[in-house]
Write a protein that binds this ligand. Sequence first.
Ligand code: PNS
Length: 167
Amino acid sequence: MKIAVYPGSFDPITYGHLDIIERATLIFDKVIVAVCVNPNKKPLFSMEERMKMIAQECAHLPNVEIKCFRGLLSDFVQRENAQVIIRGLRAISDFENEFQMALVNRKLNPNVETLFLMAHPRYSYLSSSVVKEIASLGGKVTDFVSEQVALQLREKLWDSSQLAVTF
Ligand code: PNS
């Protein structure tokens, strides 16, 4: 069984992530969307909220599992009996960091391969950070995330008083 891990922060999941997940499910028997517990980042959404949003967005994809991990990605991949890490590449600017990560992961676990999928041009400028910034400034984000995620963003930003402009 060919299993791939698609790791990330997913804070929150965007249409760019979903495009990569959907394409990966056509290549692999199982795709594990792995939400990273990163002590260096302060996410807007809790782990539980992020996993729930991913589950909502991936409800139509039977071969997707959603998990969280802390520690090394290469160890998580090994524990899950996966062979491949999936990463999306949006622009040249992504390359350097992704190249380094792929080489580090290969060094840590030579059995793990990293596979890059080019982002759809429609989403090549998109990131969770950009979406959060637009939402916090009162902009419309439904071209970038689903209605449900946009609603949760709005609620979260209201809750945390991070909303700069009234919707
Ligand atoms: O969505 P992101 O924030 O670009 O995802 C980054 C992520 C989670 C893939 C990366 O930070 C990661 O792999 N973290 C786990 C820690 C690890 O294994 N580090 C060594 C490889 S660089």
